[in-house]
Design a protein around this ligand. Sequence first.
Ligand code: ATP
Ligand code: MG
Length: 479
Amino acid sequence: MTTQKYHKEALAHPVFKTLSHAAQELGLEAYVIGGYVRDFFLGRDQKKDIDIVAIGSGIGLARAVANELPGNPKVTVFKNFGTAMVRHGDLELEFVGARRESYSRDSRKPIVEDGTLQDDQNRRDFTINALALSLDPLEFGKLLDPFGGLDDLEKGIIRTPLEPATTYSDDPLRMIRAIRFAAQLDFRIERDSLNAIGVQKDRIRIVSPERITDELHKIMATDKPSIGFGLLHKTGLLGYILPELVALQGIEEREGQRHKDNFWHTLEVVDNIAQATDNLWLRWAALLHDIGKAPTKRFDPKVGWTFHGHEFVGSKMVYKLFKRLRLPLNDRMKYVQKLVMMSSRPIVLSNDYVTDSAVRRLVFDAGDDVEDLMTLCEADITTKNPKKQKRYLKNFQLVREKITEVEERDRIRNFQPPVTGEEIMEAFSLKPGWEIGMIKEAIKEAILEGEIPNEHGPARDFMLEKGRAMGLSPNTNKP
Ligand code: ATP
Ligand code: MG
């Protein structure tokens, strides 16, 4: 069922002529396949990675192409995968030899054999990703679309080339990829596929966390991440990936008191933050900001539902979750932990009268992340009452203004004590000891409370006074 259609305009870049020539020299058939072709038909921003499949050695073709390209770029070979990569300007050319894969149910690794183009298209995940354009000089740009992928692109459908049960069972990551593409492209997953995912969801256990996390990040990066996360939830996959989130789902009622559904609330918050920022880690913080609410949920007949300390508990949960998903355990994780931990701080501020000292403490604790924290809090407003929404936003605006004001005056961000430990030791002829820490802490407190400005002179006077009050005698030898 090969469609006799040519799409030379998709291959207008001169590199395709080079590819075509090199393949001809080697006597190989070669095709552009996958994301590049799909995105051409979608009129999407053309991506910089181009997948090329050769009927024969992909690595051999990569070497020949690199030889023909100006500057003879390096060929990076991934032996285990039988693939190779060549960079050309801002393009990344990925080469693979056409292959047939056969899977047995109990092994994750397929038996891989050389195959035809059709074999290779069969092992692709979706019809829209199996579209291939010929690089043969005699039929340059001919579309090979054995599964009606173009039709699916037009209709906005995610469909597998083979029986969904086979495609998903062969590589269960494809279940998440289906959702990822549906979310990215605003497509609908065809019903049989969706059902198959529901049936096979348990097999996601055999997929490595790194691969899952890659797809999760692509879902997280979409304009409306709730679409992807909603599908992950609906299919039951989310329970294997982020059970902490699933635990937030549901509304309980006792003595006529209900709490909100913190799962759907969280997804709204993530959508809101996606409007405000591309920062992936801030999006993670939004996704996880309420995870402590499941383990801390209590019902108190006097006050209703409470989630005391959920910020602390939630931030403690981040490490295990990051470790499990092979997310970085470095300062990015610390950033997420900190934002989860502090996620309610500005809310308290905006409810009450905002004192300068409370704002100084917020800036002291949040440091350079204080703006991100404010963005998170604003995204956290999901009330459907427009009056309330307006009031909350206005209150946060006031907090932001206060932050700027206090910052200009007191420079609390990345606080450095205006009086050093050495100066304290010298002032009272002290050896290192607990007194130094105590005086330093007192100075910091006095600054945060607004009793003294964040300046050396007043801080030194305060230090002398404090020392005397502690029964220390000032060193009179030196000024
Ligand atoms: P994007 O670059 O936006 O992620 P893409 O379609 O290029 O989209 P890649 O993950 O780069 O996605 O994969 C390139 C191509 O390789 C896909 O279009 C698809 O044909 C094939 N492919 C990738 N992963 C799988 C998989 N798990 N199973 C089957 N085919 C896959
Ligand atoms: Mg790609």
